[in-house]
Write a protein that binds this ligand. Sequence first.
Ligand code: GLN
Length: 224
Amino acid sequence: RISIGILALQGAFAEHEASLHRLKINRQLHVILVRTPEELSQCDALIIPGGESTTIALLARLAGLLEPLKDFTKSKPIWGTCAGAILLSQSVSGGAKKGGQELLGGISIKIARNGWGSQIESFEAPLELNGIRESTRPFQALFIRAPVVVEILSFPEDPLITVVARIPLELLPPALIEENMSENDPRTVVALRQGRHLLTTFHPELTEDDRFHEYFVHSCVLSP
Ligand code: GLN
């Protein structure tokens, strides 16, 4: 059995738990809601849910989890969704209070909190997937005050970044659209993988489509 932890300090951890229980492979999974360093130490992989990234970071510090989480990031797979994606990034811009916010830094990108702006804080978009089962069937993604990937910071020696899903240019918030913007602009990236880590700026756990959960367990955890 493999133990998949879900950081359960704040946010949509119960929804991730339900998604994991729906997977075909669920009998081989032991799901641990992680609130202490001891619980984290029992996990083979971790999901960091959406919620409020500053709150999750603060609660992690209070629980003595911040350093153990940073160590975990160096050796084991982590999937961050939305607020979790922010925590997993190397650098963040916008919305962080003075003094910045604590990050775990497993993925070499710069991300902007609440990057879609206030008019469209929440929206849905059908995504084309790359490398995920039934990739011709679009994934209906839910974005809730989602962050935006603004820059890829990886060096050649870093694990390769693979784009798993992009949002079409025309669905970007008007404030982000620039003239002659390329379809490959980092801002269109909404799901990516680097090494054994996965990042989604939207919320697969709030839909019944479990392909991302399946992908994380099979491709990042079991056979990376
Ligand atoms: N805007 C939130 C943050 O900055 C993330 C929102 C979410 O997780 N749905 O942490």
